[in-house]
Design a protein. Structure first.
Length: 114
């Protein structure tokens, strides 16, 4: 994951996907284990699996929604930071142009040599 000035990059989207995949795989493994080790009838086992599948689906939807909201908030914060940085740069450039300084901060009539 790349971090730029406190903000995460697009790699965060893929990490959310990996977390969701791991969650679903864990739920499936748990359900299969429950089937193998429970002394329940076939109907009870199917009902149990169906209930757990619905719970897992709901949890996955909630986690996906939270992930989308997190990404949206991070994008907004990054966009705001970029806009602020652009504004500061433009103001500094305008000040430098108004003072007769070039991009290095030296006045046009100043000698760079000591």
């Amino acid at each position: 994951m790349w971090v730029v000035e406190g903000y995460m990059s697009k790699d965060n989207d893929s990490q959310i996907g990996l977390v969701l995949l791991a969650f679903v795989m864990g739920a499936v493994t748990g359900a299969a284990s429950a089937l193998l080790f429970t002394p329940a009838t076939g109907e009870e086992a199917r009902r149990y699996l169906n209930d757990r599948a619905h719970e897992g689906k709901g949890r996955a939807k909630d986690a996906a929604q939270r992930g989308r909201e997190f990404v949206r908030q991070q994008r907004e914060q990054l966009s705001t930071a970029v806009d602020r940085g652009r504004d500061v740069y433009e103001r500094a450039r305008e000040r430098a142009a108004g003072s007769g300084a070039d991009d290095t901060g030296h006045r046009e009539d100043e000698s760079v040599e000591g």
